[in-house]
Design a protein around this ligand. Structure first.
Ligand SMILES: [Zn+2]
Length: 203
């Protein structure tokens, strides 16, 4: 996550590894560290700055997020197997989760129609919009429902952002490969600063 997002966020919430400032501006304390001129958080919490003293700190917050069945979230696919995908939950009901939570998408919850395997549904690195079907660990999510599915994806072949081709098919504008995904009707529209910067970081 970038400084841009921190500024956009009303709560200034960060997770470990988030860039919170540049070293010219602030001196890091034990809740953050310097790397290549940037100050990164080691803590999940809220960023507090003292401009006069050039001090920056992250006030820790616990992961108090309480999930409810039916909550709609946004998450990123970590890995895909034939029957399941592992998805890190980053947002719930438009609020950033302080600490991304891992969840499981089973192939039976990918679509109302029969889907043979998860590789037709999603790939690692995709961003999904989903709903919670099991709120306790292990958390289970579903793509069955209005507006749910893959919202951002990159080409399996060249890594370029994919474009909508037709329902459940995306096309790479770079290498022209057409790839299967279970697409949300909001595909490509959920490009918030959150998903965009997170995408760029992992490239
Ligand atoms: Zn491509």
């Amino acid at each position: 996550m970038s400084k841009r997002l921190v500024e956009n966020s009303t709560q200034n919430r960060v997770v470990p590894g988030d860039k919170i400032a540049v070293i010219e501006e602030f001196l890091p304390d034990e809740t953050c560290f310097e790397q290549d001129g940037s100050i990164l958080s080691t803590t999940t919490g809220e960023v507090i700055t003292d401009l006069k003293k050039h001090k920056i700190t992250v006030k820790p917050i616990k992961n108090l997020f309480i999930l409810k069945r039916g909550d709609v979230g946004v998450g990123r696919v970590v890995y895909v197997k034939k029957q399941i995908a592992s998805v890190d939950i980053h947002m719930i009901n438009d609020t950033k989760v302080p600490l991304p939570m891992n969840s499981i998408l089973h192939v039976s919850e990918a679509s109302r129609r029969f889907v043979k395997n998860m590789y037709e549904v999603t790939r690692p690195g995709d961003w999904l919009k989903f709903r919670i079907v099991r709120k306790m660990k292990p958390i289970y999510i579903s793509l069955i429902g209005e507006g749910l599915g893959v919202v951002i994806a990159q080409c399996n072949h060249c890594g370029h952002d994919l474009e909508f081709y037709r329902r459940n098919a995306l096309k790479c504008p770079n290498c022209s490969l057409i790839q299967n995904r279970i697409t949300a009707n909001s595909f490509g529209k959920l490009v918030t600063s959150f998903t965009r910067t997170s995408q760029n970081e992992t490239r």
